[in-house]
Design a protein around this ligand. Structure first.
Ligand code: PRP
Length: 215
């Protein structure tokens, strides 16, 4: 039997994911809980089942290409990549946040950036950003960054950012304000479509367990 690999995102969402696995009875090896460990693939107490811990942005990619059969991934990442090979059957109702357009307080009232139908936006999400602005007939010039988006307007790299907002404290700390709501975000259980067909019994078992917990 081939190995069953579950892709999980690094970072604060892990704390919300752990109770699911506790309830299911999936116990990863000790290194999984050790922040100093450099291990990226972890054995579990379930036969032939491992966990990989990757960047939240990469979870969908590992699952889409079948390197992991199942994963937990936010709507932001799913929407940005829009992989056709992923099935997302359950909203786990964790990792709740939203995506927004934000700007420096002093630029909020200046709509010059939009006047000629053009705006320069720093974001980790160029596809979502383009789609959002194009629906308003505005052509965004997207500058792709990998993190610390809130810094971009502060140092004059752009006039707007599109990023996820959770508590709003990063925006506030950097003098930015939220202008427009782009989309709501929560985390989904995601499954590789081919694996869903070839390992349907195992998959249905996982899906039922997650469904029961969400209920
Ligand atoms: C995310 C996001 C914001 C921040 C929002 O960054 O990109 O910067 O969280 O959270 P808040 O509204 O609670 O302040 P993350 O911490 O994931 O790090 P990153 O900058 O590496 O993306």
């Amino acid at each position: 039997m081939s190995e069953f690999v579950i892709a999980l995102p690094k970072g604060r969402i892990l704390e919300e994911i752990n109770p699911f696995f506790e309830k299911i009875g999936l116990i990863p090896e000790d290194d999984f809980f050790d922040d100093h460990s450099r291990l990226l693939k972890f054995k579990t107490n379930i036969n032939n089942t491992s966990i990989i811990r990757v960047r939240s942005f990469d979870v969908a990619t590992f699952v889409a290409f079948g390197a992991a059969q199942m994963g937990i991934c936010g709507d932001d990442v799913l929407e940005e990549f829009d992989y056709s090979d992923i099935y997302a059957p359950i909203d786990l109702k964790i990792g709740k946040c939203h995506m927004a357009v934000a700007a420096l307080q002093q630029f909020v009232l200046e709509d010059d950036f939009y006047r000629d139908g053009h705006v320069r936006v720093a974001t980790k999400y160029p596809n979502i950003t383009k789609k959002y602005y194009q629906s308003k007939s505005i052509q965004p010039e997207c500058i792709k960054l990998s993190g610390a988006m809130e810094l971009a307007p502060v140092v004059g790299l752009c006039h707007r950012i599109v990023d996820v907002v959770s508590t709003g404290s990063t925006l506030k700390a950097n003098g930015l304000v939220e202008l427009e709501h782009v989309m709501d975000v929560s985390s989904k259980l995601i499954i590789n479509k081919v694996s869903f067909k070839t390992q349907s019994k195992v998959m249905m078992n996982w899906i039922e367990q997650f469904k029961e917990i969400v209920k």
